[in-house]
Design a binder for this molecule. Structure first.
Ligand code: HEC
Length: 99
């Protein structure tokens, strides 16, 4: 009984350590959007709080959006202090999917 238990723990331990990335750091554009952007743009990008542009109708391409999100524009704050380049890219990619 006891030895079986020990074996299970051992094999779990070996499995856990051999996992390619023990702590995968996935950057989720949706999550970033929910925490940083929803307050002004709303979940569907159409809230328009404080004159925020309706993201689904935005003519800007990804590169131009990255510029706006990084450095801000008028009321919209820049996020370069708060988000990494990868995170900004991820959240911008998410805004491109808003319809
Ligand atoms: C404090 C409110 C606020 C927050 C938070 C905010 N925005 Fe904005 N956003 C605005 C406003 C206001 C504008 C319009 C700026 C202008 O008048 O030039 C805008 C414009 C934009 C534009 C340009 C749209 C266009 O067609 O010109 C994009 C893209 C954008 N926001 C993305 C985001 C993303 C992504 C986030 C989260 C990381 C975010 N915003 C967070 C207020 C906000």
């Amino acid at each position: 009984m006891r030895i079986t238990f020990v074996l299970i723990i051992l094999s779990w331990y070996v499995w856990a350590c051999s996992a390619p990335e023990s702590k995968p750091q996935t950057i989720s554009g949706v999550e970033i959007y929910k925490t940083r952007c929803v307050t002004c743009h709303g979940t569907d990008g159409r809230m328009g709080m404080n004159g925020a542009k309706e993201l689904p109708d935005s003519p800007l391409n990804a590169a131009q959006r990255i510029e706006v999100v990084t450095h801000g524009r008028n009321i919209m704050p820049g996020f370069k202090e708060m988000l990494s380049e990868e995170e900004i890219k991820a959240v911008v990619e998410f805004t491109m999917t808003l319809k």
